[in-house]
Design a protein around this ligand. Structure first.
Ligand code: PRP
Ligand code: URA
Length: 207
């Protein structure tokens, strides 16, 4: 299993925008979506291709297309902020949903929704959630995906804490992790430091 921190100037610039406490809902969403799109571009670099025979306006030609379905699975709510950006890069991707929230006292994830396309077991699954804090939500989400037979699962997040990365590596060593940033630590309330605050609230204007 690999942990990849995307080293890209545009990603860093947009991440700075969403870390700023004064960034408003519309700009926050826009930047999250754009970072997700840039990450999808990098992550899909090695997706398997198959040869296809096509006809251009000039002649018949052998070209390439994606060999496997891609399914984006956001963890609700905050993961929703990453879906549009990834679909912009991979418009054929299907979308499944996992509803989880962190109990604010125990920090344990609580499941409340699941809906997936039928093709999941043979697809490349991009599990998306901007924040990898204790790792509890991501670990529970991967458990849910594996129960449905998913074999190729890649976790895509924006900001991670060392504790969350370590917990994921331990629980699911077969899942590659992609982040825009690995931050310093968690604070006593389970928030990532320096982080960007409560991502769901900032995306959807609920606080
Ligand atoms: C946030 C975030 C992750 C989770 C990360 O969701 O979007 O799902 O916390 O924390 P963890 O790694 O410690 O599990 P939250 O529970 O705030 O729900 P929301 O997206 O509905 O706001
Ligand atoms: N969830 C968030 O939205 N932010 C954090 O910093 C940690 C968990």
């Amino acid at each position: 299993m690999t942990v990849t921190i995307l080293n890209h100037s545009l990603v860093k610039h947009k991440l700075t925008n969403i870390r700023k406490k004064d960034t408003k809902t519309r700009d926050f969403y826009q930047n999250v979506s754009e970072i997700a799109g840039l990450m999808a571009y990098e992550i899909s670099r090695d997706f398997p291709l198959r040869k296809v025979e096509i006809e251009t306006p000039i002649c018949k030609s052998e070209q390439y297309e994606l060999a496997q379905d891609v399914v984006i699975v956001p963890i609700l709510r905050a993961g929703l902020g990453m879906v549009d950006g990834i679909r912009g890069m991979i418009p054929t991707a299907k979308v499944g949903f996992i509803g989880l929230y962190r109990n604010e006292e125990t920090l344990e994830p609580v499941e409340y929704y699941a809906k997936f396309p039928d093709t999941m077991p043979n697809s490349i699954v991009l599990l998306v959630d901007p924040m990898l804090a204790t790792g509890g939500s991501a670990i529970a989400a991967v458990d849910m995906l594996k129960k449905r037979g998913c074999k190729d699962i890649r976790y895509v997040g924006l900001v991670g804490a060392p504790q969350g990365v370590e917990a994921m590596q331990k629980a699911h060593p077969d899942v590659d992790i992609y982040l825009a940033s690995l931050d310093e630590k968690l604070n006593e309330n389970g928030y990532i430091v320096p982080g960007l605050g409560d991502c769901g609230d900032r995306l959807f204007g609920t606080k």
